[in-house]
Design a protein around this ligand. Structure first.
Ligand SMILES: *Cc1c(COP(=O)(O)O)cnc(C)c1O
Length: 364
């Protein structure tokens, strides 16, 4: 069996013990004679999977009882519409534009109301997190929207924006379970699980219970109301059963390793290895302001697009895959999600050093 060091931004690397366990249980889940994929979502067997997944997530993130945990579909991108449909009572909202996904969410919201850009870092191609300590938010704005970790640009909020008493809604797709978070600092946290938690196709939303109500924008389809899913324990229709099962295993894997404090410690050590090298290299450099650096997605480049391409190609030949940067910014991006071992980052840094020493002419 050959495994590579997979630095993909998502779908992304998953913990090997989780993949192995899923493989072991593939043909016969707990003596049922069936795969989890084959069992009814209405069965007691599946009910215990979803219940346990939710309970363990609540424990891991310390989610207060007044928050609902929903298992949803449609990707993070569908949340860009569901959020305004469910929360835009005055048809006004504030968005912080820190990158590609925040901007997509903003554009979607403009379909439903009058959207104000509370802060933006687009003037320098999203290479930093703007100061959000004193935003200008209208008194009748329904909520403030942010994206915690900007997957494509490689930035992260290191201070929580002051929402001036408005609801604060946060897309945490690419930093989900990468560090402890104080859930009650937010009114809604949500993320697709394909970055740090499982296979593509499941979104987990954590929403303050009192915000989930019948009052939604006129014409909001049944499936797009949070209340529909909250009332039915995320089983209004068939949920993505296998994804919930895998997410449950990843959550347990994190618990076994020591929880979110431990994840943070491990993730920071990995990111420091790579950033330290970037800071001293004469060939490679990081793309974002030091104070805004992401721990999960590290963006970097050389001075030449040809050299970047040569590096990506040579890296792939050495078992370092999916390290090409997003087309919006070019260069390279190494995603260092929870499942990436520190050995993988060391291997990458050693390879970069060798590549640099050889003047970009890495010999096989
Ligand atoms: C990947 C990503 C998305 C998009 O997720 P989809 O599931 O493809 O819709 C949105 N936000 C962030 C921060 C992401 O990293």
């Amino acid at each position: 069996m050959k495994r590579v060091y997979n630095f993909s931004a998502g779908p992304a690397i998953l913990p090997e013990p989780v993949l192995q366990e899923a493989a072991d249980e593939m043909m016969d889940y707990k003596g049922s004679g069936m795969s989890v994929m084959e069992i009814s979502h209405r069965s007691a067997l599946f009910q215990s999977i979803i219940d346990e997944t939710e309970a363990n997530l609540r424990k891991l993130m310390n989610i207060p009882d007044n928050y609902e945990v929903l298992f949803l579909q449609g990707g993070t991108s569908l949340q860009f519409a569901m959020i305004p449909m469910n929360f835009m009572r005055n048809r006004k909202a504030d968005y912080i534009l820190t990158g590609y996904w925040a901007k997509k969410a903003y554009r979607e919201a403009t379909l439903f109301g009058d959207i104000h850009v509370a802060a933006s870092s687009e003037d320098r191609n999203f290479t930093y997190i703007p100061d959000c300590s004193n935003l200008n938010i209208a008194s009748d704005s329904d909520y403030l929207y942010m994206c915690e970790n900007n997957t494509i640009y490689g930035t992260k909020f290191h201070a929580r924006p002051d929402s001036k008493g408005k609801l604060l809604i946060n897309d945490i797709s690419s930093c989900f379970l990468s560090e402890p978070m104080n859930v009650s600092d937010y009114d809604m946290l949500f993320g697709g699980i394909q970055k740090n938690l499982g296979p593509a196709g499941l979104v987990i939303a954590i929403i303050r219970k009192d915000l989930i109500s019948e009052t939604v924008l006129p014409g909001t389809p049944t499936m797009l109301r949070y209340k529909t899913h909250a009332d039915k324990g995320s089983m209004y229709n068939t949920p993505p059963t296998y994804n919930i099962y895998i997410a449950g295993k990843v959550i347990k894997w994190i618990q076994t390793l020591g929880g979110l404090e431990k994840m943070k410690e491990m993730n920071e050590a990995k990111a420091a290895l790579l950033y330290d090298y970037l800071d001293k290299s004469d060939m490679f450099y990081g793309l974002v302001d030091k104070g805004s650096r992401s721990v999960m997605n590290v963006t970097f480049r050389t001075d030449s697009a040809e050299l970047d391409a040569a590096f990506v190609k040579a890296a792939a030949e050495h078992g370092i895959v999916s390290i090409k940067g997003h087309r919006a910014i070019g260069g390279m991006r190494a995603s260092l999600y929870n499942a990436m071992p520190i050995e993988g980052v060391r291997y990458l840094v050693n390879f970069m050093e060798a590549f640099e020493k050889n003047g970009g002419q890495y010999a096989k």
